[in-house]
Design a protein around this ligand. Structure first.
Ligand code: G3H
Ligand code: 13P
Ligand code: NA
Ligand code: ZN
Length: 328
């Protein structure tokens, strides 16, 4: 059944678990996520970005998610719009039936320039007022995602701030978070605590702590009733990187967020964990490997099935690690 983000995350908070929110663009991703959720009995968040909507087309994206809901009636599914760059984008999603929208006012409408705090409050509050009137949940974002080391947003293909960010911009301020929530009434808040979008998060293999969990604690203490969201939470699986590069790919050496650190975040109030890159890598790796080993094949179902399996294994692992398994 279709469910709002607020309902899903209230349940997660009451029961002390977190939910992965996977980005979807096509049928195989939706099936991989749903197969894994059904196997372990987990609730689901399917999220579509503006890029997903222009890739699949809004009716296809919506109907893919509706098909998942029809096929798995026992699983609660939230249909969430990821990174809305303006109120009008959010209103369009509300109109088309999404049960949750993210108004990302941390950046301007170009999705690149860090915006003013006042702009963020104004646009997010506007979306929340209308969304709540329709029973739709709202996620806001305060702080800019980027590497605490370099100050760079990380994503090379368009997502995230342009240019170097200051330490202040890279870490969400707890007092400001409290003010933001009281002015906007968001249900969930994406915070900046050291993650960044895309595959290139850390140049060295993380040994100690890479995230500012102390900051998660401080923010959670100030706004206990707002669900915290971690974007940029792919773990960039070393085994998939290796498969991609051994079957003709050429990705640079890179490391993601260890699952153990995400689990630490969940213990301290994180409820929604955004993951896109990991499934991209699993599907690319699985397809490269299948095609390299089966050179006479020209039936896309064969390699797409491998992609679905690779993605589904990751989904299952995250449902279990985050404590969402058994909670549907
Ligand atoms: O945060 C961004 C997500 O990874 C979606 O990426 O805009 O390329 O669909 P996209
Ligand atoms: P990753 O690039 O780490 O998968 O993050 C995805 C994300 O935050 C989508 O909003
Ligand atoms: Na989102
Ligand atoms: Zn994101």
């Amino acid at each position: 059944a279709l469910i709002s983000l607020r309902q899903l995350l209230d349940h997660a908070a009451e029961n002390g678990y977190g939910l992965p929110a996977f980005n979807v663009n096509n049928m195989e991703q939706v099936q991989a996520i749903m197969q894994a959720a059904a196997a372990v009995d987990s609730p689901v968040i399917l999220q579509g970005s503006a890029g997903a909507r222009s890739y699949a087309g809004e009716p296809f994206l919506r109907h893919l998610i509706l098909a998942a809901i029809e096929m798995y009636p026992q699983i609660p599914v939230c249909m969430h719009q990821d990174h809305g760059a303006s109120p009008s984008i959010c209103f369009r999603s509300i109109q088309s039936g999404f049960s949750s929208v993210m108004m990302d006012g941390s950046l301007g409408t170009d999705g690149k320039t860090p915006s003013s705090y006042e702009y963020n409050v104004e646009t997010t509050a506007k979306v929340a007022e209308l969304a709540h009137a329709c029973g739709v949940s709202v996620e806001g974002e305060l702080g800019c995602l980027g590497s605490l080391e370099s100050g760079m947003a990380g994503e090379e293909d368009g997502h995230g701030a342009e240019g170097k960010l200051s330490h202040d911009q890279l870490l969400t301020d707890p007092d400001e978070a409290a003010d933001f929530v009281s002015k906007t009434r968001v249900d969930a808040l994406a915070i900046a605590i050291g993650t960044s979008h895309g595959a290139y998060k850390f140049t060295q293999k993380p040994t100690g702590k890479v995230l500012r969990i102390d900051r998660v604690k401080e923010i959670h203490a100030r706004i206990p009733n707002v669900h915290l969201v971690m974007h940029g939470s792919s773990s960039v699986p070393e085994e998939w990187l290796e498969i991609i590069n051994s079957y003709g790919g050429d990705m640079g050496q890179t490391y993601g967020v260890p699952v153990s650190e995400i689990v630490e975040g969940i213990k301290n109030g994180v409820r929604k964990v955004n993951i896109d890159t990991d499934l991209r890598m699993a599907s690319t790796g699985a397809i490269r490997k299948y095609l390299a080993e089966n050179k006479s094949n020209f039936d896309p179902r064969k390699f797409l099935k491998e992609a679905t399996k690779g993605m589904s294994d990751i989904c299952r692992n995250r449902y279990e690690a985050f404590g969402a398994a058994g909670q549907a």
